[in-house]
Design a protein around this ligand. Sequence first.
Ligand SMILES: Nc1ncnc2c1ncn2[C@@H]1O[C@H](COP(=O)(O)OP(=O)(O)O)[C@@H](O)[C@H]1O
Ligand SMILES: [Mg+2]
Length: 265
Amino acid sequence: MSAQPRDTLATRQAQPAPAALLEARGLGRRFGALQAVSDVSLSLAPDAIHAVIGTNGAGKSTLINLLSGELAPTSGQVRLLGEDVSRWSQPRRAQAGLGRSYQRNNIFPPLTVRENCRLAAQAHAQRPWQFWESAQACAQSQSQADDAMERAGLTQMAKVPAAGLSHGQKRQLEVAMCLATNPRVLLLDEPLAGMGPEESDRMLNLLRGLRQGHAILLVEHDMDAVFAVADRITVMVNGAVIASDTPDAVRANADVQRAYLGEHA
Ligand SMILES: Nc1ncnc2c1ncn2[C@@H]1O[C@H](COP(=O)(O)OP(=O)(O)O)[C@@H](O)[C@H]1O
Ligand SMILES: [Mg+2]
């Protein structure tokens, strides 16, 4: 087994960013007879929020799983920072700058907000063969965790056990835990799910603040939120892309109105 090249934020920042940080090319996934994702191509630009919308079962979560490496594609390619990563595992893609938040909860409830963030940073930085760096690595993980908490608007909650957070704050913590791994690309699957209007607004402001410095893929049901925050929108129906354009162009697209938006357009 060959050693993976050391990939730190510093080495990544030293390289010029490719036009697309993450790209899907003709990506497909079959489950038996079901083509859940079919020939999807899209590219995520830096400093932009790219939303993916579609009815239940359209293939949005499967697409995220293909991009993150949790699922292997049955056709097509995933490119991260210009490199073909289609055969890379999810942890390897995460090491190279691909962060995701989960629809299921991956928070440790008894630990504080700060401890959850530090664990996320530490798990990401783990290089078991560099045990002699552990003290320094620990300080670095803590500072990454503190930055992530601040960017996610949770600094005031640092000492609160995660179990004591509201639903909206838990979702903010999930974003913070993702940020603690220093990603260039963020894949967010329904970060507004189950939130009231106030919590949604807070999360949307958080996402707007994260646009700078990241490429963000946002899967979201709330159409008002999507149109308020996205720079680009891809519409999926039955696993396939039927439109991918600016919010205004998607709103005006007759196919989209027929297939999906209806009363929202
Ligand atoms: N692991 C799986 N095995 C079999 N079918 C699956 C699996 N994951 C998703 N599917 C199916 O693929 C289709 C797309 O699902 P999904 O990507 O979760 O849609 P969405 O997130 O847009 O609601 C659905 O018909 C779903 O039932
Ligand atoms: Mg889904």
